[in-house]
Design a protein around this ligand. Structure first.
Ligand SMILES: *Cc1c(COP(=O)(O)O)cnc(C)c1O
Length: 360
């Protein structure tokens, strides 16, 4: 993608920062946005210059592709601040690569590393005050792309907008959640788009998740669409099961998203000598392990919460509780502490996963 060398980044700064009006102690996830955003338009077969400008409303014709046919993809990542006031990204090029995988499947243009990663760093350099130091604090980053060509023609858009917005976030320990194993609804299917972060994947989950919530379960554990026996993801997270002292997670596939958190946790677990098994795991195995008292932990893994512990699951109208486990014996807690330590720069990054946002 050689266009990259021609990228100009223009910066229009906000007249007065809004940062003093934000209560950073009481943030509701994803509802507050930083001063600036990045915008880049694709037209006539190429990406234009990267613009960084004040965050604010945009205007589009009602007929543009995304409103009707849903050409829309996104990424979710975070920036962290260490005790030296330096800002860091965690494996940002993994998100860039996955964004392009999503783009390919949704018949959208590829974007070069310069516009995505360097553009993001330029934006973060400008909004670095919005990244707060300390445990659990981060700036959540939301790159996305939509089809912007007007006309209700059922075909791919010829014009697109790439945009990045930033939202200060604080992860509190919100307790363990109860989940329901999907017996009817599906998140993804073979040949489908489950491995992409396309917006429609999420809209399609809202209704079955609401039904589960009405029964008192916060999330759904998605199973394969054909047999509803294979355990695949938990809500919008990858899912891990600990049976005995082995940590099991499904291999990524067309139906399972290749999470950056998932693969980082697998590497950390390996480095700690935890026995890992990446293979298909079915509901019956979970029920058998539970009956034998060998099912010790289940947790979801994703950027927003890092690790979300699960206290039990419902299947065929029956609820199965997991045993209480002390933090020092929990794989979820150990892995979460290591990963968050690397991200927040309090634990040595032996993997070389963190990238500094240089001050300019
Ligand atoms: C984003 C996402 C994940 C987690 O990916 P991370 O890169 O770890 O944030 C897992 N499953 C689904 C369906 C997702 O959309």
């Amino acid at each position: 993608m050689s266009l990259a060398e021609n990228t100009n980044i223009s910066i229009e700064k906000i007249a007065k920062s809004r940062i003093d009006s934000i209560d950073f102690e009481n943030l509701k996830f994803g509802t507050t946005f930083s001063d600036h955003m990045l915008v880049c338009h694709y037209k006539d077969g190429q990406w234009g210059d990267v613009q960084i400008k004040p965050y604010g409303p945009m205007s589009f014709e009602p007929s543009i592709n995304v409103f009707h046919y849903g050409q829309a993809i996104f990424e979710g990542m975070k920036a962290y601040k260490d005790s030296n006031d330096d800002v860091w990204l965690f494996r940002p090029r993994e998100n860039w690569k996955r964004f392009n995988k999503s783009a390919e499947r949704m018949e959208m243009p590829q974007i070069d590393e310069t516009r995505f990663v360097d553009g993001l760093k330029t934006l973060l350099n400008l909004d670095r005050e919005w990244v707060k130091p300390g445990q659990g604090n981060a700036l959540y980053l939301r790159p996305f792309m939509i089809g912007t060509h007007p006309g209700v023609v059922a075909g791919p858009s010829s014009e697109f907008m790439f945009c990045i917005i930033c939202s200060p976030a604080r992860t509190y320990y919100s307790g363990k959640v109860k989940v329901q194993i999907a017996e009817h609804y599906s998140r993804a299917a073979n040949g489908g788009v489950g491995y992409t972060k396309c917006s429609g994947n999420y809209a399609g989950q809202f209704y079955p998740t609401k039904l589960a919530q009405q029964k008192g379960y916060q999330q759904v554990i998605w199973t394969d669409d054909a047999t509803h026996t294979k355990l695949e993801e938990a809500g919008t997270m990858n899912v891990f099961f600990r049976i005995g002292d082995t940590l099991i997670t499904a291999p990524t596939s067309e139906r399972i998203l290749d999470g950056v958190t998932r693969k980082s946790l697998l590497d950390i677990a390996k480095s700690k000598g935890i026995d890992i098994d990446v293979r298909t795991i079915v509901v019956q195995e979970l029920l058998d392990a539970h009956a034998k008292g060998e099912l010790k932990e289940i947790f979801g893994a994703g950027t927003a919460v890092t690790i979300g512990q699960i206290e039990g699951f419902a299947y065929q109208e029956k609820f199965y509780s997991l045993p209480e486990i002390a933090d020092e014996n929990s794989f979820a807690v150990q892995l979460k502490n290591s990963l968050q330590g690397i991200q927040q720069k309090t634990v040595e990054d032996i993997f070389g996963w963190t990238e500094k946002v240089e001050k300019k």
